[in-house]
Write a protein that binds this ligand. Structure first.
Ligand code: PMP
Length: 290
């Protein structure tokens, strides 16, 4: 888990941003479970195991996406019982199949309740039957942010030889952008960091949350960031496709991150090295459409 590659994607955005700006992509799809969530899930499970919280218990988590897959995979590797609560949407089916393939139990929750509803159900299960369930709770579990503080941040610092000037990542739980920012700013307080969110409450980009209209997770720490950039579905789609056309297949939120990088780069006058964190690959999303 971790030690994912950083590649130069300046050629993808050249012509759209000022000269002298380098754009690097950290490709989280090379994690064994296929996304950045492997880091957070591994750290949260290690923390719970260390504290003896998983003795005789099932790990329960609400997730419609990568966290569920990462948890199912790690749970299988560590011989843990896993129960995932996943909203019953057409888009969820590929991830449900994957989770079940790893031996996790999946409970489909009503679509109209959304991920918030699935999360409330997970919380209720753990509080009603504490002897049977441990709620992993990626939104508030400090080990999520810590995973990125201890691994993603240091890797980016090393891989850019300390040359990074800007960091951009999507906000779901906020763990990635907050933990990585915390580390990078400790190394060099001049590094500027930005979260990426859907432009409006109605904009749907899997994995990303519209912050003003969502409940605030403890892992989202705006005081560690220099700003939040909003991106529309169309822009996210365009930039995801441009990455595909150079042979880099990534998910919709990666397109959103690149769109945000382009708008940020246009505001910069001097030379810069921008690192974009691309959280997952595109295969899972293509399967959904078939
Ligand atoms: N993009 C995708 C595809 C994701 O699955 C996630 C995590 N939910 C994110 C972005 C945001 O990561 P974080 O939860 O660390 O903010």
């Amino acid at each position: 888990v971790g030690n994912t590659p950083v590649v130069d994607i300046t050629h993808v955005v050249a012509g759209h941003i000022p000269r002298g700006i380098t754009v690097l992509a950290k490709l989280e799809k090379f994690n064994p479970g296929g996304s950045s969530k492997d880091r957070a899930v591994l750290m949260m499970l290690r923390d719970a195991l260390r504290r003896g919280l998983l003795e005789g218990r099932t790990v329960v988590e609400a997730s419609s996406g990568n966290t569920g897959v990462a948890l199912a995979m790690m749970g299988a590797a560590l011989s843990l019982n896993v129960l995932l609560l996943i909203p019953d949407t057409p888009q969820a089916s590929a991830k449900v199949r994957l989770a079940r393939e790893f031996g996790a139990r999946v409970l489909l929750t009503p679509e109209r309740e959304g991920t918030e509803g699935a999360r409330r159900r997970a919380e209720r299960l753990a509080s009603e039957f504490p002897e049977r369930y441990y709620h992993l709770n990626q939104y508030d579990n400090p080990a999520n942010l810590e995973a990125h503080y201890l691994t993603t941040g240091p890797e980016i610092w090393e891989q850019t030889g300390g040359e990074i000037t800007h960091f951009v990542a999507g906000v779901g739980t906020g763990g990635t952008v907050s933990g990585t920012s915390k580390f990078l700013k400790e190394r060099n307080p001049r590094i500027r960091t930005f979260g990426v969110q859907p432009a409006t409450p109605e904009t749907r980009i899997p994995g990303l949350k519209h912050i003003p209209t969502s409940s605030k997770p403890a892992n989202y720490r705006p005081e560690l960031l220099d700003g939040v950039l909003g991106v529309g579905e169309e822009e996210a789609h365009i930039w995801r496709e441009r990455l595909s056309r150079v042979g880099l297949l990534v998910g919709p939120s990666s397109g959103a991150v690149l769109a945000a990088v382009v708008s940020l780069a246009r505001t910069l006058a001097s030379e810069a090295v921008i690192v974009a964190l691309l959280p997952d690959g595109g295969e899972r999303y293509l399967q959904e459409e078939s």
